[in-house]
Write a protein that binds this ligand. Structure first.
Ligand SMILES: *Cc1c(COP(=O)(O)O)cnc(C)c1O
Length: 457
């Protein structure tokens, strides 16, 4: 008999979680103004809000925490951190930051100016926020296939070369750099192929542009390249990572994802001049250049986490758990983004709840139902997240209304995934009875999804 697949870790420490009753959950979500960010985590049974900062650190990472050097400047922890990034990613210059958006803030303070266009695959929300905040524009050049959730394209994170070249040819003088988000969070945790990175590099060189990679899930991207891209099966994850980053001039990183730590981030780059300019903003916004808003122990844990996240066994365990949930949902007929991405399942809410109007926030409606049904917290990736157009202030309705179920790294078992699937199945079975959603009663001027308040229609 063939031995089944099993996790490449065992559990040394546990954290209790509590089930609640449906009546309790109905009250909690009402008190939260139907915004899942406002729920107390103690009232959530299985928390799939995000895979950001929610991973379980390993025994090795915890032991690195004890070795942190908390010196203000020149701490050994900084050099351990810098050397890990040099070794794994191949960049000479490194600036630690307290998280990914802080890295964006520091780097974009140098590179992005009013009137600029920043083309890329679908930009992450904080990335877009930092671009628009500077009165510049994010231009989505993702391949069209990414927007058809039923199409099993292996690299839905790819940039469309025709769309990109159009931007570069028509408005090249307004483009400070091209941005690749790996994996592409906004289009469903979908990877970018090495071939696409290489082709975009050639275009960038033709027009004399830099490439920045938003690298939060770079290791998951490398895993998909290894298992899906022709000619890559025999390359190691580390070889693939090196090649991916050979096409970039600089990266921003949220270490809360693929460095498997609870807080942290960084910028890494090749160019000394860029490093010098970014260092000025680093000191204003983050802290001295060898700690950047982090404790020495955090830097140590990130260094260790980068090595662990680029081991094949870890990545296989990680991605296969996401696939496990995805396969279960597909077997139930539930419409999800295909193929399954690296860190999350994206449920196609428009197809799940066809009777709810887009103006009533379809994905949010589904997420509220799932919380009430099973105590599972997902998150809306739809019209609330897409926010208003910065100029017209009209609501933007994205092509996809998705409910994301992000799986924390090394945290839940497949029994938890079974609960999630059963909860969704119960809603699926009564979907024809769900006809109304929500309206907004209060919202912030930018990145409204975190604090928006809703009312039932
Ligand atoms: C999480 C994330 C960010 C922002 O990082 P934070 O650590 O949350 O500030 C940027 N880009 C992508 C692709 C991300 O997933």
């Amino acid at each position: 008999m063939e031995l089944p697949f099993a996790e490449s870790f065992r559990i040394k420490m546990v954290e209790p979680i509590r089930r609640t009753t449906r009546a309790e959950r109905e009250q909690f979500i009402r008190e939260a103004k139907f915004n899942l960010f406002n729920l107390k985590s103690a009232n959530v049974f299985i928390d799939l809000l995000t895979d950001s900062g929610t991973g379980a650190m390993s025994d090795r990472q915890w032991s690195e925490m004890m070795l942190g050097d908390e010196s203000y400047a020149g701490a050994s922890s900084f050099f351990k951190f810098r050397d890990a990034i040099r070794d794994i990613m191949g960049f000479e210059y490194v600036l630690p930051c307290h998280q990914g958006r802080a890295a964006e803030n520091v780097l974009f303070s140098v590179l992005v100016k009013e009137g600029h266009l920043v083309p890329g695959n679908s930009h992450f929300d904080t990335t877009k926020g930092h671009i628009e905040f500077r009165k510049a524009k994010a231009v989505d050049c993702t391949i069209d296939e990414a927007f058809d959730t039923t199409l099993a394209h292996p690299f839905k994170g790819n940039i469309d070369l025709v769309k990109l070249e159009k931007v570069l040819a028509e408005n090249g003088d307004r483009v400070p750099f091209i941005i690749f988000t790996i994996t592409c969070n906004s289009s469903g945790g979908q990877p970018v192929s090495l071939a696409n990175m290489k082709a975009v590099r050639q275009l960038a060189d033709k027009y004399g542009k830099k490439i920045v990679m938003d690298s939060a899930r770079f290791a998951e991207n490398a895993y998909f390249i290894k298992v899906r891209e022709d000619g890559c099966q025999n390359k190691s994850i580390r070889e693939i990572v090196k090649e991916m980053f050979s096409y970039a001039d600089a990266i921003t990183m949220s270490a809360k994802k693929d460095a498997i730590v609870n807080i942290g981030g960084f910028i890494a780059m090749r160019d000394k001049d860029l490093f010098d300019k970014a260092s000025v903003f680093e000191i204003i916004y983050e802290g001295y250049i060898t700690y950047g808003g982090l404790a020495g122990r955090d830097l140590n844990a990130i260094a260790r986490g980068l090595y662990e996240a680029t081991e094949f066994d870890y990545l296989e365990t990680r991605v296969r758990q996401v696939e496990y949930l995805g396969n279960k949902l597909m077997a139930m007929g539930i419409p999800i983004q295909q193929p399954v991405g690296g860190h999350a399942i994206f449920v196609d809410a428009k197809r799940f709840l066809p009777n709810v109007r887009k103006e009533e926030f379809v994905a949010q409606t589904l997420a509220v139902h799932l919380y009430v049904e099973a105590g599972v917290r997902g998150v809306e990736i739809g019209a609330i997240l897409a926010d208003r157009d910065p100029v017209t202030r009209e609501n933007r309705y994205p092509e996809l209304e998705l409910m994301r179920l992000a799986i924390p790294r090394r945290v839940y078992t497949n029994n938890h995934m079974d609960v999630v699937a059963a909860g969704l199945k119960n809603i699926w079975d009564r979907r024809s009875t769900i006809k109304t959603g929500f309206k907004i009663v209060r919202e912030a001027p930018i990145m409204r999804h975190f604090t928006v308040e809703l009312e039932k229609i």
